[in-house]
Design a protein around this ligand. Sequence first.
Ligand code: GLU
Length: 278
Amino acid sequence: MTPANYRFAPSPNGELHLGHAYSALFTQKEAQRDNGRFILRIEDIDTLRCRRHFAEQIFDDLAWLGLGWEEPVRFQSAHLADYALAQQHLIDMGLLYPCFCSRLRLRELPADRCDPDGAPLYPGTCRELASTARNRCIAQGMPFSQRIDMEKACRRLRSTISFHELGQGRSIEADPRRWGDVILIRKDIGTSYHIAVVVDDAIQSVTHVTRGMDLFEATHIHRLLQALLALPVPVYLHHRLIGDEQGRKLSKSAGDRSLRSLRQAGITAGEVRTALGF
Ligand code: GLU
């Protein structure tokens, strides 16, 4: 029987908070219950926001919590060639197109529908560009991202696609169309979370993806990419999110109390584990 592989994949763009601690402990518990491996992966493709010292802090916080993992840890920033290869497959299939829309332009575009995260759906403006106009923009050096032509991609599938959600104990039909033409190659970093996560889960033979409910909807895109790139499909287990006293989801950007600040205030790892139910 192939061993079960679980992963915890934080981004070093700030300090970990209780929500991350919950996710890491949850993953470890599931892996142990299943006699599986616990893999730590550092998702640092966003070089504009990620910092090496935050990665060091992640190692320190997780060790403090009592977690152990195998070395070497995969840093996504060291594997951009793997993501470029997957992107090239999608380009070769004719499924990506350049999008020259700036942030400002995107705000002005008509969008009568929203994606599952509540952001306006991209109306496909650059998909309709004639190739002469497209080539002119590229020749002029206009920066561009690359979006998936979602309709075309879905039409390419020969059958419906689904993923197994362990938390619900059932198979869920993937419906990536609700996301519209999402960006798969960002203009600033040359890749994207969606690409990197499916490629890495495959390369690391991840069998179980445990992560917060906030990424449940993204699974529909991941499942589509796995089908297009012929990657193995893990099972999914999206866990509850840890909120603050007001029930608001914790976030790094909102400056929620980090594990580091709790440690500095004298809180013990045991207290954190107990508070989180582990
Ligand atoms: N790197 C993502 C985060 O820190 C998690 C991605 C995932 O588990 O798929 O939110």
